[in-house]
Structure formats: C-alpha cells, structure tokens
Design a protein around this ligand. Structure first.
Ligand SMILES: Nc1ncnc2c1ncn2[C@@H]1O[C@H](COP(=O)(O)OP(=O)(O)OP(=O)(O)O)[C@@H](O)[C@H]1O
Length: 368
C-alpha cells in the first residue's frame, strides 16, 4: 500500500515534516546532512519498528526531545485510507497505532507496509555475517507464508530453551529428547518454508540481474544449516555429544545461509563494489517482484542512488524500479545524478531538503 501522507516529528533534524508523496516516484535532493536519509529512516521505522542506521532508538530521537513520531496514511484501492503511526520514546517505550487502535506489535505494521531498502550499506548483505542473509530470506518468507512467523517464533523459543539447558550443563538425555521433538518439528517447517522461498526467488533474481548487469554470472546457493543428506533429526542426534560439550546447539536452521557465488568464488571476493551493489539491488528487487506477483504492494527506499553506480547502471536501476509500479523514494545529493527520464505516465514528485525542511520542487526547477 503506498503512503499517501507522511507526518514526521522529532526524528533527527526533522522537527516537523509533513508531505504528500507520489504513489509512484519520489526524488529527494539535498546537501549532505540536510535530512534526506532521515526521511527514509522514518518510513523504515514505520514498517520495521526500528531504524536501519542504529539499533539505539536514542540516536534518532531528536536531541532534547522525549519522543519521535511517524504517522502516515496508507492508500488502498477504492477504500478509505488507513491511518498508521509509531511513537518511540526516549525511555524505550514503543507505541504502534493502526486505524486508531493500539496494535499488538510492530509485526502488524510490517504486514501492511512491506519496505525494501537499497542503500550504500547494502554490501553488508554480502559481506556481513550469515545472520544478515537469514534475515533477508526470512523477511521474504514472512510475506510469502502466513504461518511462517508463528512457527519461526516458536522454533526460536524452543532453541533458546534447549541452549539454556545445555549451557547450565544439567540435562539428561530424556529431557533433551523431549525438547528435540518440538525443535525438530518447528525447525523442519522453518527450513522447508525457506527452501520454497529461495526456489521461488531465484528465477526472479536471475532475470533482474540480467536486466541490471547483463552477462554477470552469479548463483544463489541456500545452505540449510546442516548436511543436506541428513534429516534435521539425524543431524541433531549426530551432534548431541558436541552440543553437550560446547553448551549450545551446533546444527539446524539457525546456521542457514544464502551463499552468493560467482564462477570464481564468493561474490564478495570477486565482484567490484558497483557490481556488488547491483547484485544486492537485484536480490531486493526480486523480493519485491515476488510480493507484487502475489498481489501485494511495497515501498522501495533507495538512499544515495548515485553511490557506486555509473550513469548507465543508475538508469537501468531506475528503469527497473519504475516498471514495478511501486512507490519509490530515492535520495541524491545533486539533481545532476538523477538524469533519468521517467515515462510521462509516471507520477514523479521532486522534493528538496534543506536543513530538515522539505519542500516540493516546482516543475520548472525539476527540469532545470
Ligand atoms: N538525534 C538527533 N537530533 C537532531 N539532529 C540529529 C540527530 N541525529 C543526527 N542529527 C542530524 O540530522 C541530520 C541527519 O541528516 P541525514 O543523515 O538524514 O542527512 P542526508 O541528507 O541523508 O545526508 P548525506 O547526504 O550526507 O547522507 C544531520 O545533520 C545530523 O547531524
């Protein structure tokens, strides 16, 4: 669902920003430190309940303010708009409201407002720990399989309990076996859902990558977290003594990874920075395509589009994003690097950001 109206207050240097974005393309231009990324951060906060820049909420709440608030209206086809909002307080409290009622958790917002972020930190998807890639896969599965979130939570709970017993070293074989039954059942579910998702994602990824970087050969290999020849039950049984020795569960979906390879090895070691950005963009756009294919809409946040990309690849990325018919927010330091010609049918709104103040640029300005 596109965002129809955004109100942001006391988030970094955005004291009170209100604007009506286009349901399609929004371009925000401004100098370094003017607050462009903070707009994207506010939208991310609304979807995930957290920032993409920092896990510490105090860093993005405006100095000397007790809280920051992001409020928006979600556009729906021929239906009244849905008001949604999030408030983060300095004391750590988080309040989510949907249609005037308090939501149970931020998951309710995430379901309604899927957001994909492409930013200069996107490399972390390739160079960071497997946890980041698991989160990437799980975000997709969450929107792909309605039962995944509950199974994933219960599996995490079972895993934590097992690890806590192992850590304390007070565990009998019988007790462990009782835990393992549930852990295996849930773990198998999580793994099957992830595998089905990666299988559906792969052809989308390959096709998007060819459009973005023709000729680049990159393969996705999903590692489930244990020997593919064994069932989870066999793998856990096999590592039972090792688990007791080290005090935690060594094998299972908590070790899964999405490995990104080129014919010469890890994508991270062989691709240029620009190519890595294209691969990560292809992964994220492919996730978006899968959602759109299932009748969902999502919002793309592209922070600092020109970073690492030449004019030709910037154009291809914009072309692809435009073809998705999704709502897009793109930031850039200068209008020169946004030289892509959007189709006449595309509702493109240009905004300029100046010291935390956002204004919609006039048409004449946009063309200059
Ligand atoms: N908690 C805070 N309270 C008030 N201002 C803050 C806070 N945290 C950061 N700032 C300021 O808010 C601004 C945030 O800017 P932001 O990172 O959104 O800029 P940008 O336009 O994306 O810049 P760049 O082009 O350099 O990436 C900066 O000027 C920063 O110094």
């Amino acid at each position: 669902m596109p965002l129809a109206r955004l109100d942001i207050s006391h988030l970094r240097n955005l004291t009170a920003v209100r604007f009506d974005p286009s349901p399609h393309v929004n371009i925000i231009v401004g100098e370094n430190g003017s607050g462009k990324t903070s707009i994207l951060e506010a939208i991310h906060l609304l979807s995930f309940g957290r920032s993409f820049r920092s896990h510490k909420h105090k860093t993005y709440i405006q100095y000397e303010q007790p809280e920051c608030v992001v409020f928006a209206q979600l556009e729906q086809d021929q239906q009244p708009r849905i008001p949604v909002g999030i408030k983060r307080s300095r004391d750590g409290a988080i309040e989510v409201r949907i249609q005037g009622r308090a939501a149970q958790s931020v998951v309710e917002l995430a379901e309604r407002l899927p957001v994909q972020l492409i930013n200069p930190d996107a490399f972390r998807l390739l160079e960071g720990s497997p946890k980041i890639r698991r989160q990437f896969v799980d975000w997709g599965v969450f929107h792909f399989d309605d039962r995944f979130i509950n199974a994933w939570r219960d599996w995490q709970k079972a895993l934590k309990q097992r690890n806590s017993l192992l850590r304390r070293g007070k565990i009998s074989a019988n007790l462990l076996a009782a835990f393992d039954q549930e852990l295996i059942r849930l773990g198998e579910y999580v793994n099957t859902a992830r595998k089905a998702y990666v299988a559906a994602l792969t052809p989308h990824f390959e096709s998007v990558l060819q459009q973005l970087a023709a000729g680049l050969s990159v393969q996705l290999n999903f590692f489930q977290g244990w020997d593919a020849q064994k069932t989870l039950s066999e793998a856990i049984e096999h590592s039972y003594q090792r688990d007791i020795d080290v005090g935690y569960t060594n094998t299972g979906p908590q070790r899964a990874d999405l490995r990104v390879k080129t014919p010469s090895g890890d994508a991270l070691d062989t691709l240029s920075r620009g190519q890595q950005k294209l691969v990560v963009s292809a992964l994220k756009i492919a996730q978006g395509q899968l959602l759109i294919e299932r009748g969902r809409q999502l919002v793309f946040l592209v922070d600092d589009l020109p970073a690492e990309l030449d004019a030709n690849h910037r154009r291809r990325l914009c072309q692809l994003l435009e073809s998705l018919n999704s709502q897009i927010f793109i930031t850039s330091v200068g209008p020169d690097s946004m030289d892509f010609t959007w189709s006449d049918q595309t509702d493109v709104r240009h905004f300029s950001m100046n010291q935390g103040e956002l204004s919609q640029a006039s048409k004449g300005l946009q063309e200059s």
